[in-house]
Design a protein around this ligand. Structure first.
Ligand SMILES: Nc1nc2c(c(=O)[nH]1)N[C@H]1C(S)=C(S)[C@@H](COP(=O)(O)OP(=O)(O)OC[C@H]3O[C@@H](n4cnc5c(=O)[nH]c(N)nc54)[C@H](O)[C@@H]3O)O[C@H]1N2
Ligand SMILES: Nc1nc2c(c(=O)[nH]1)N[C@H]1C(S)=C(S)[C@@H](COP(=O)(O)OP(=O)(O)OC[C@H]3O[C@@H](n4cnc5c(=O)[nH]c(N)nc54)[C@H](O)[C@@H]3O)O[C@H]1N2
Ligand code: SF4
Ligand SMILES: [Mo]
Length: 876
């Protein structure tokens, strides 16, 4: 251990509350992008000052951007973007905030800590690494000896903030403990299920992450996303500072977009039009648009007949797929005038879309999926759309928007944002968005969605036998999981996905309530959490706290104080993102309109301060002491681990090259081909009528979702519970472009009042006119009380105990908010005792959200809350 960092052992330590840092962040103004130096300058500077060096690494302050870090005498003095497209030297304000507000935060946790006093009191004493490692290894051993290694769980969060999740899964595979990506289902889990159901697994990832050809795009409708500031961007997830340049170039080329959002989000002020939709109504708008596209023949008939199951014949007697004796799906061949087996996508086989017609096949009357959906959407006339969605414009505007999409097809997209599971009906909302895109024929087309054709994906990097002995626990069945990982099929959140019939789609990312139930029932007794703050980011905070209280042991890895740290028995000081290694391989479409297949390394550019260590180091010691030494001995998680991935991904360079030379990039022109990889749905086509939903859920006699409209095979509008009285509102949250979820509120630079400008983080936003009607004025104090949804309002609600929960907050009035909506930035209103005082001021959204579960897609309704608002105090 490096004893330069050893501090004196204090008997009693209370986290947080320290004075502001002395270091100023000169470049951390709100204008987020910084012009940068060229690489040639980099070389000159390196020569002139031996002690100063620009090094290659990666930012992790929201997603991931390649980063150059200037290190002088072991300390970071500057950062800038990597000199590669689409970053071209630029990073955003959060990248600066990260260095000075996380890496060098004055309240950074530098030593292993042990709880004293009550859980949640935030009282800790410093302890040794040995003590924590022994305690955790001891627990794992104790549970393993009792025949239940799964009583110990590892929870991980955001993939870019988690240090080597592949190793985490390997650890679970070896020790038999179980694992969960707790962040998944409250982020995009139902979205990944929806995309897999509609487009098949080969296409799902890119389409979910809005893999799109923005450079050639003419027009887009972007719903539910703080776009472009929070963008999950062309072809894969990386931070907005790269995407922003793609966006500017796209605008130069004529790209325009409308934001569909109850709130005019801070970066969506760049939209050409704001469509202030009433919460939960997007399916109505999407179905209304589909109706106009059909009526005005602005759809792509060839695409529908070639790549989608729009021509598939559906029986009118029972709503199920018409099949031949061999169980094959059927379609109507126009020239033959007869039914035939529906071929896989790719060939235009002269199939009839059958609009306005029915067909007799073997004595059964059928309609095409296309015709059935056309009938369904015909209900959503422009007038009805405007009325139901409460839109502030004449019905004809909906027609104009649909025409603009139809006339510019396929160089248009409609996209529902990445984060989903907002309300109980959101799965059908997502399906309705997807199906508009099918009618526009924009999947893997110029200016439409795009699935990258190149890249260096190389699996998880697990050391396989004979590098290590045969894995223990031979009956542990491993199944594919998120982000190229694998996990145990009997993990709590995978089990229901592999039953017959399936209760949930295997592409769901985690089923958090399964974990909370298991804790309540004593089937999970201890956990290690890293890079997530479930304490406040899972819905129904009271329920979560109640469960966490029951655990025998909580271990939390972190750098900074937060709620989960306060609940921990042991706190593990983790190396920050700039002090550890990780490989990233991905393929953005850059501002040159080309695929950039890329490999880059997050490299440790400074030493970890104090006793902090990468969690991989910690888990290696734990695994070794728990009795699995051969699997962790000689395990190099800094270079060899990543080299195995690079080799398998056929990348010609190795991790050390990437550390020394920066990102490795291969540039390829875009090639459009929707069937570049087979479409992995049941029909082999993109599915307007979901055969999976029909067969696995809606029409399956044993499915718990039988005849449940939330899993109806066609997209469907399902009303959600609504506010009624004049003092009742939807309570909705969103992320700020200058913050990262719950992770940056303790960042004193990003939390500065000055950086917030007209977008204060902590107040509750109300529509100015609605507030005036209630006699409420700017800055006044109100009580916000949860009134729903309840189990009576909505069949998806499983626990409505939060109804009645109330908090006080100051209000901020704005015209940029749909009148039925109250808005709060996500994770304002922290309940931590040790974070910056300011963060306690707002309302904690999750505390107001009853737990609901979307059938089969498993979204948790994270925005689904109804509140009553009343004045309790004057403005300051
Ligand atoms: N009500 C409501 N709930 C929501 C949402 C909403 O809109 N409304 N949004 C949902 C969404 S989309 C998401 S993604 C989730 C997010 O919820 P979480 O999965 O809990 O993720 P984050 O909020 O990103 O928290 C990441 C945590 O990791 C910590 N961290 C950062 N770097 C490191 C590191 O290097 N090591 C370790 N060990 N920790 C680190 C940060 O301090 C932070 O506490 O919340 C969801 N919950
Ligand atoms: N700068 C920055 N970038 C980020 C993040 C961050 O925190 N900061 N977080 C990352 C993560 S984990 C995610 S998941 C994404 C999330 O980022 P976004 O995709 O931007 O998602 P949110 O901010 O959760 O929600 C976006 C909007 O959905 C709106 N909304 C609420 N209800 C409805 C509705 O019924 N219909 C429609 N159309 N809109 C509705 C809210 O008003 C909000 O403005 O961004 C990622 N990128
Ligand atoms: S956009 Fe996100 S990942 Fe990129 S530089 Fe900014 S904070 Fe870092
Ligand atoms: Mo998210």
């Amino acid at each position: 251990m490096d004893d330069r960092f050893q501090t004196t052992r204090r008997g009693f330590l209370k986290l947080g509350g320290s004075a502001l840092a002395g270091t100023a962040v000169a470049s951390c103004g709100f204008s987020p992008f910084k012009k940068e130096l060229s690489l040639s300058k980099l070389k000159k500077e390196e020569k002139s000052k031996e002690t100063e060096k620009w090094k290659h690494s990666a930012c992790a302050m929201c997603l991931m951007c390649p980063l150059q870090v200037k290190v002088k005498n072991g300390k970071i003095v500057d950062v800038r973007g990597e000199d590669t497209a689409p970053w071209n030297g630029k990073v955003c304000a959060k990248a600066y905030g990260g260095i000075w507000g996380r890496v060098y935060a004055p309240d950074r946790i530098l030593h292993p800590l042990k709880r004293v006093g009550k859980r949640g009191d935030a009282k800790f004493v410093r302890c040794s690494w040995d003590e924590v490692i022994n305690a955790v290894a001891g627990k794992i051993r104790e549970y393993t000896d009792a025949g239940h290694p799964e009583w110990f769980e590892n929870w991980w969060g955001c993939p870019v903030q988690t240090d080597n999740m592949y190793f985490l899964h390997y650890f679970a595979r070896i020790t038999g403990t179980r694992i969960s990506y707790m962040h998944g289902q409250i982020c995009f889990g139902d979205h990944s299920a929806e995309k897999a159901i509609t487009f098949g697994g080969n296409h799902a990832g890119a389409l979910m992450l809005s893999g799109a050809d923005f450079i050639n795009m003419k027009y887009a409708l972007i719903g539910g996303q703080n776009f472009p500031g929070n963008a999950f961007t062309p072809a894969t997830a990386f931070g907005a500072s790269g995407f922003y340049q793609v966006y500017l170039k796209a605008r130069e080329n004529g790209f325009r977009f409308a934001a569909i959002d109850p709130k005019l989000a801070d970066s969506s002020a760049m939209a050409d039009e704001w469509i202030p939709i009433k919460p939960g109504m997007d399916a109505v708008l999407m179905m209304g648009i589909t109706h106009i596209l059909i009526q005005e023949k602005l759809y792509d008939a060839d695409f529908l007949a070639t790549y989608t199951n729009a021509p598939q014949l559906i029986r009118l007697d029972n709503g199920q797929a018409m099949t031949d004796a061999g169980g094959n799906y059927l379609a109507w061949n126009k020239s033959k005038g007869a039914a035939e087996v529906l071929n896989a996508a790719g060939k235009n086989a002269d199939l009839d879309l059958g609009l306005g017609r029915t067909f007799m096949v073997d004595g059964v009357r059928c309609q095409t999926a296309c015709a059935m959906y056309a009938d369904m959407v015909s209900e959503y006339t422009p007038e009805k759309v405007v009325e139901l969605c409460n839109l502030p414009f004449p019905a004809n505007r909906v027609v104009q928007i649909a025409r603009r999409l139809g006339n510019n097809r396929p160089s248009v997209i409609v996209y529902p944002g990445l984060t989903t599971g907002r309300y109980a009906n959101w799965f059908q909302v997502l399906r309705a968005y997807s199906v508009v895109n099918l009618f526009l024929g924009n999947i893997d087309q110029k200016g439409g969605f795009y699935v990258p054709k190149h890249g260096f994906k190389g699996g998880s990097g697990w050391p396989e036998p004979p590098l290590v002995p045969e894995y223990p626990h031979p009956d542990l069945k491993m199944v594919p999981a998120s982000w190229g990982n694998v996990m145990a099929a009997d993990s709590l959140d995978k089990k229901p996905c592999y039953s017959s019939p399936k209760q949930f789609h295997p592409a769901t990312q985690a089923l958090p309530w399964e974990h909370f139930d298991a804790i309540k029932e004593g089937r999970v007794k201890a956990l290690f959490s890293t890079a997530e703050n479930s304490a406040i980011t899972q819905v129904d905070t009271a329920l979560v706290y109640e469960c966490l209280e029951k655990l025998e042991m909580i271990v939390v890895g972190e750098q900074l104080p937060k709620e989960f740290v306060e609940l921990a028995d042991y706190v593990v000081p983790e190396s920050s993102y700039i002090e550890r290694s990780h490989l990233y391989t991905f393929t953005p479409v850059a501002e040159d309109g080309k695929e950039h297949a890329m490999a880059l390394m997050r490299a440790p550019v400074i030493e970890s301060p104090g006793e902090s260590k990468p969690f991989g180091w910690f888990m290696k010691q734990v695994g070794t002491r728990a009795g699995y030494a051969p699997y962790f001995k000689d395990l190099d998680i800094d270079y060899q681990w990543w080299d195995r991935i690079l080799e398998k991904g056929k990348c010609p360079v190795r991790s050390k090259d990437l550390v020394e030379n920066g990102p490795y990039v291969e540039v390829h022109p875009l090639t459009y081909n929707p069937t570049f990889k087979p479409i992995k749905t049941r029909s082999g086509r993109f599915e307007l009528f979901s055969n999976e939903l029909s067969e696995e859920c809606y029409h399956h006699p044993q499915s718990q979702w039988k005849k449940n409209r939330y899993v109806f095979p066609f997209p469907l509008y399902i009303p959600i519970a609504a506010p009624k009285a004049s003092d009742e509102f939807y309570l909705v949250s969103g992320k700020a472009s200058w913050h990262q979820k719950n992770a940056t509120q303790n960042n004193r630079y990003l939390m500065e009042d000055g950086i917030e400008g007209g977008n204060p983080y902590m107040p509750l936003y109300l529509n100015a006119r609605r507030a005036q009607a209630l006699g409420l004025k700017e800055g006044e104090l109100v009580a916000v009380t949860c009134i729903g949804p309840t189990r009576n309002d909505d069949p998806c609600v499983v626990d409505d105990a939060v109804v009645g929960y109330s908090q006080k907050v100051r209000i901020h009035l704005t015209e940029g908010l749909q009148p039925d909506t109250a808005f709060t930035f996500f994770a304002s209103g922290h309940r931590s005792k040790t974070m910056l005082k300011k963060v306690n001021q707002g309302v904690l959204h999750s505390a107001f959200v009853p737990l609901s579960v979307e059938p089969y897609a498993g979204g948790c309704g994270k925005n689904y809350s109804l509140v009553k608002i009343s004045k309790v105090g004057e403005a300051n």
